[in-house]
Design a protein around this ligand. Structure first.
Ligand code: CNA
Length: 299
């Protein structure tokens, strides 16, 4: 069941689901912002929902659950991050109907860019091309040694993450031994030679591609769709306010977002909303997803 809420008075032509369908049909350069909510149907928890990751780490007794992604804390004690990282490790070879919806927009030449805050890299797996995707907070696709910067594919350290073990860089293990051989009292920081997934921690800058692309995309886009994000983390959250006034803004989310001024909010599970929209847009919009027929049947 999709609830439709029209908030913005200014664009009084975009108020209903039919208006949304018309805008999608008309649009040539859609800017789509995505967040953790597009992967929850695959069993990856989001952060801020009641059963989300932040409530799952309450047992750690942190003053702020965001501390698990704090860069300084990681450098001081990487075991905190690796005690919980398994919870957000992406499953392999799986993507949701909403991911498929983005690839259909791409196939139809309507996708200007997908700015994702997700770190699960599932947009890439679903087929969103690298040039159409900005992974604003990095991803688990690669990991880098904090000491020597040696980079490996994320899958290389995934088994250790699943076992809640700290993955160490093979090159630095040798360096550590050499240091200790020289001086067995040598001070070696906790994070020496530790691999860190290439996800953006609090205290780290966003990838350069974000800053290189966003200004031009804001000027060019003709429709904004925000999906599965609480829009609480800047600077991605600020994109919505920076879109030109004339560009319609659509929200697809489980919960309403009151601090932004969307023209239409399609409130519900994003896979259901995407399947409904695809169904209404016509056969050529069929979502290439194994669950599509099941979901389509329920709408
Ligand atoms: P958030 O703050 O947890 O918000 C998620 C939003 O999605 C909420 O408003 C929910 O109402 C909504 N939502 C949840 N499930 C659904 C659903 N099935 N359909 C529609 N809406 C749904 O997460 P944000 O993405 O806003 O916060 C940004 C953080 C989350 C980024 O730094 C990410 O790295 C981080 N994150 C990513 C993943 C992932 O990669 N899958 C998982 C958890 C957290």
């Amino acid at each position: 069941m999709i609830k439709v809420k029209s908030i913005r008075e200014r664009l009084d032509t975009v108020k209903t689901i039919d208006d949304v369908l018309e805008q999608i049909n008309k649009a040539k350069k859609i800017l789509i912002i995505t967040g953790a909510g597009i992967s929850t149907s695959l069993g990856i928890p989001d952060f801020r929902s009641s059963k989300g990751f932040y409530s799952m780490v309450q047992h750690l007794g942190l003053s702020d659950p965001q501390e698990v992604f704090d860069l300084d804390i990681f450098h001081t004690d990487p075991s905190l991050f690796y005690s919980i990282a398994y919870m957000i490790l992406p499953p392999e070879k799986i993507y949701s109907p909403l991911h498929s919806f983005i690839t259909v927009l791409q196939k139809k030449g309507k996708l200007l860019r997908n700015y994702t805050q997700n770190i699960d890299n599932l947009e890439s797996y679903a087929g969103v091309k690298a040039e159409n995707l900005i992974q604003c907070h990095g991803s688990f696709a690669t990991a880098t040694c904090v000491t020597c910067k040696y980079q490996v594919k994320g899958e290389k350290i995934a088994p250790q993450i699943r076992e809640k073990e700290i993955p160490y860089c093979p090159r630095c293990i040798k360096a550590r031994k050499a240091l200790l051989k020289k001086d067995d009292d040598a001070y070696i920081p906790e994070s020496f030679g530790v691999f860190k997934p290439d996800i953006t921690f609090f205290g780290e800058p966003l990838p350069k591609t974000f800053h290189d692309t966003i200004g031009k995309d804001l000027a060019e886009c003709d429709l904004l769709i925000s999906v599965g994000t609480s829009l609480k983390v800047a600077p991605v959250a600020d994109i919505v306010d920076k879109v030109p006034e004339s560009v319609p803004q659509i929200l697809i989310n489980k919960d309403p977002i009151d601090h932004c001024n969307f023209d239409v909010s399609l409130l519900g599970y994003c896979d259901d909303v995407a399947s409904y929209l695809a169904n209404r847009l016509g056969d050529s919009w069929a979502l290439p997803h194994e669950d599509y027929d099941t979901i389509r049947g329920t709408n």
